[in-house]
Write a protein that binds this ligand. Structure first.
Ligand code: C2E
Ligand code: MG
Ligand code: MG
Length: 761
């Protein structure tokens, strides 16, 4: 180790000292006085040199900034300082310390190991002979070299002035470069934020990062209608960091610090950015951002020029981003909200369910599907405006009853979807929203609804699957009647799959002509003669008979019922022709027509067309329509039936007594026959009923001037009772089971033989 070298003592003279104190840099500083001092490090094992240097620089300001001197007395000490502190702008470095080249080794370490390219290095040596080679100077970016004997105070300050200026410029460039890089990265991160809250959230974080600020206390507010009338209550906090986050959505008046409120207002009224000692307030005009926005940054210091410039670049980026977010919100509103009710729509519900399903731990969420009962009829009877008003009031009540964060959405028409936690959502809560009547145009209207529940944690699949499950359960709930509630369970799914399978097979059966008819006779109870036959469809699938009650409702839910109708009528026509060909007088053939078939407005013309093609008079045909089908769309069905009767065809009301006919309609029933439902025939023998309903239907038919037939007659007691009570006709196993055409022919031939023998004897 070398001992401190007295030869190396500095030669700063008295005159130089005067110079030194008079020294003022020529350039006016672009940096303002509160800027931190320059950090200069002197590295020398010569304590005298260190002392005189410190004395020479005491009280000196360069570019209006004082100098803060740090001293190191060895290469090792200097290395530690440089590695742990980045503040040094210039290092005055003695070449010879622990070793002859200790200084040069430190230079190498600064540039190569620490990677510090900005710090300025001035080599100082006691002897001219120790000057480094020129290529070493340039390789390690050694900026100045001088011997201690040359180093007067003024030379020292001249060197420091020049090196500190260079350091400052390099620093500015690298800060700007890093800043620009940050802006690009920040802007990229902001690109995928499409809603205002998450955009502001991200933008505030990015600004804080850019300026190296603590994000706490950063506020972004949206100022609507501010410049027509400066009403600061319309200035709403749309983004905030740290503790202030819970104020998002509230007025800036609720901010705890008046300094922030005043700063925000000042920028809004000035419609410009505002710089304060401790804060910067950025203003984004609505022309650029879709609405006026203002961001408060508690910088707690005055920003540097470079920082200010970076902020401006970033602010213009944010401006564009805010504008995009505004556009996106508008698009979002169009895509995710219901135009009529101004509540979220099906897309919004799907999005919310999908988000919930994607979370790792499925939240305990319940999806309710609510379908108002009888709404189509209300719309039809009272008009669309009335229906809309009803929907508005109902949606309003739902939103009141099930407050946010529960999502109340409209899936379509009169169907609503509700998503919320088990604790806050239930079918009974929805029902409570229907407890009181709705008041529309002075009319008080009570409504009911069918409600189904789907527990999200049991859903396999996505939002669409969850909604489909709810709708599937809804179908079942509706089938069970108005006001019904039901929870989705997997068995429903199985029955849906079964239905789909049946539908598929039925379609195939129709194509392969596997469907056929059975005929069941109707008997005139007073004469015992055959009064008609009812055609009943039959389907044997792989040797197994599928009852009509299993497949007719499924056919009714699709368009297959229309094809079945055509097959049945065509077969009946062929049966009539066959009977005629073998010399039998065909009785009236009764055909069951489903209510759904009447949705085809050309039903009667197409029936007449088929009859005409087979040259059969409508007089041979009776259409059986159930009372329920009749009541479901009385006007449409009765108009069609009237049209059929005009051509000579007959009409019977099937299953009478089960469809709750309104008395108002009874007089207008366009029918020749009422058919007592077999459940009432079965009650003839019951001890408490004694056939009271059957008897009532018989009397009703008399009054309406109609024929009456009892179906499902199985025994003599029923038969006797019906005769005693003047029922016209009977149908049932007692007289004949449904039979194939061949068996029917034998049956008819046998009976006509019996009649002949009877008349001969
Ligand atoms: P529906 O029109 O009321 O037919 C009478 C049903 O009662 C038939 O059942 C018949 O077999 C059954 N039945 C007849 N006599 C007795 C009896 O003494 N006791 C008992 N327990 N039952 C008796 P099926 O053939 O199973 O038909 C059931 C329903 O399917 C029919 O009720 C009708 O609504 C519908 N249907 C049958 N064929 C057709 C068709 O071609 N088109 C349409 N749209 N529906 C049909
Ligand atoms: Mg029938
Ligand atoms: Mg019936």
């Amino acid at each position: 180790m070398h001992a401190p070298d007295d030869n190396k003592s500095p030669s700063i003279t008295e005159e130089d000292d005067e110079d030194l104190f008079k020294f003022q840099p020529e350039e006016t500083s672009s940096l303002i006085s509160s800027l931190p001092p320059w950090s200069v490090l002197t590295v020398d094992d010569d304590r005298d040199f260190q002392r005189t240097t410190a004395f020479a620089l005491d009280g000196i300001k360069i570019f209006n900034r004082p100098i803060e001197l740090t001293q190191a007395f060895s290469m090792a000490e200097a290395s530690t300082l440089l590695a742990t502190q980045q503040r040094f702008g210039v290092v005055l470095l003695d070449v010879v310390m622990e070793t002859d080249y200790a200084g040069l080794r430190l230079v190498k370490a600064i540039r190569e190991v620490l990677g510090n390219a900005e710090i300025r290095i001035v080599l100082i040596t006691g002897q001219p002979g120790m000057a480094p080679m020129r290529d070493v100077m340039s390789d390690y970016d050694i900026n100045e070299y001088c011997t201690k004997s040359e180093l007067t105070t003024s030379r020292l300050i001249a060197i420091l002035t020049s090196e500190l200026r260079t350091f400052d410029q390099l620093k500015t460039i690298s800060t700007a470069r890093r800043g620009l890089q940050l802006i690009v990265e920040s802007s990229n991160r902001l690109l995928n934020k499409h809603d205002l809250t998450s955009y502001c959230d991200a933008a505030l974080t990015e600004i804080a990062l850019l300026l190296g600020l603590n994000p706490e206390g950063v506020i972004c507010a949206r100022a609507d209608q501010i410049y027509q009338q400066p009403d600061d209550h319309k200035i709403i906090i749309v983004g905030a960091a740290g503790k202030l986050r819970n104020l998002i959505g509230k007025s800036i008046r609720e901010l705890p610090d008046n300094k922030i409120v005043n700063g925000l207002l000042k920028a809004i009224h000035a419609r410009n950015n505002i710089e304060q000692d401790q804060a910067s307030i950025l203003f984004f005009p609505k022309e650029m951002s879709g609405a006026d926005f203002v961001i408060y940054l508690p910088t707690e210091r005055t920003l540097l020029d470079t920082e200010r410039q970076l902020l401006q670049v970033f602010a213009s980026n944010i401006s564009g981003g805010l504008h995009n977010v505004a556009l996106f919100s508008r698009l979002d509103q169009l895509a995710y909200s219901d135009n009529l009710l101004r509540i979220p729509n099906k897309n919004a519900l799907i999005r919310a369910i999908d988000r919930a399903l994607l979370t790792e731990q499925r939240p305990r969420l319940l999806l309710l599907i609510v379908d108002l009962d009888d709404f189509a009829r209300i719309n039809h009877t009272f008009g669309l405006a009335y229906g809309d008003a009803l929907l508005r009031q109902f949606s309003h009540r739902l939103c009141e009853t099930l407050a946010a964060p529960t999502l109340v959405s409209r899936l379509g028409d009169d169907v609503f979807g509700i998503l919320g936690s088990y604790e806050h959502v239930s079918a009974s809560l929805v029902k409570s929203a229907l407890d009181r009547p709705f008041e529309i145009n002075g009319i008080s209207h009570l409504m009911t609804a069918c409600i189904t529940s789907v527990y999200l944690d049991s859903v396999e699949g996505n939002a669409r699957d969850a909604i489909r499950q709810g709708l599937l359960a809804l179908k079942e709930a509706k089938r069970q009647g108005p006001g019904n509630s039901m929870v989705y369970d997997k068995n429903l799914e199985n029955s849906a799959i079964k239905c789909f399978q049946i539908l598929h097979d039925l379609q195939q059966a129709l194509t392969d002509q596997q469907l056929f008819l059975a005929y069941q006779p109707k008997i005139d109870l007073s004469s015992g003669e055959i009064a008609g036959v009812e055609a009943l469809i039959r389907w044997n699938k792989e040797g197994r008979a599928i009852p009509p009650s299993d497949f007719i409702p499924i056919a009714e839910a699709s368009t297959l019922i229309h094809s079945i109708g055509i097959v049945v009528l065509t077969e009946v026509c062929k049966a009539i022709i066959t009977l005629q060909q073998i010399g039998l007088t065909p009785p009236t053939f009764c055909i069951n027509v489903s209510g759904k078939q009447f949705s085809d407005t050309a039903l009667i013309p197409s029936i007449l067309d088929i009859l005409c093609k087979h040259n059969i008079s409508p007089n041979h045909i009776e259409l059986e329509v159930t009372e329920t089908a009749m009541m479901e769309s009385f006007d449409r069905v009765s108009m069609a039936l009237r049209e059929f009767r005009k051509t000579g065809g007959h009409v019977a009301i099937d299953d009478f007594g089960t469809g709750y006919s309104s008395l108002k309609y009874l007089n207008e029933l366009p029918a020749d026959t009422l058919k007592i439902d077999r459940s009432f025939v079965a009650q003839i023998e019951s001890s408490h009923d004694h056939g009271s309903i059957a008897s009532m239907v018989i009397k009703l038919a008399r009054n309406l001037d109609m024929q009456v037939i009892a179906e499902g007659v199985e025994n003599e007691t029923q038969d006797r009772w019906l005769r005693d009570n003047h029922c016209d006709l009977g149908q049932g196993w007692l007289y004949g089971r449904p039979m194939t055409l061949d068996v029917l022919i034998d049956w008819l031939q046998e009976r006509s033989l019996q009649t002949m023998q009877h008349s001969q004897s």
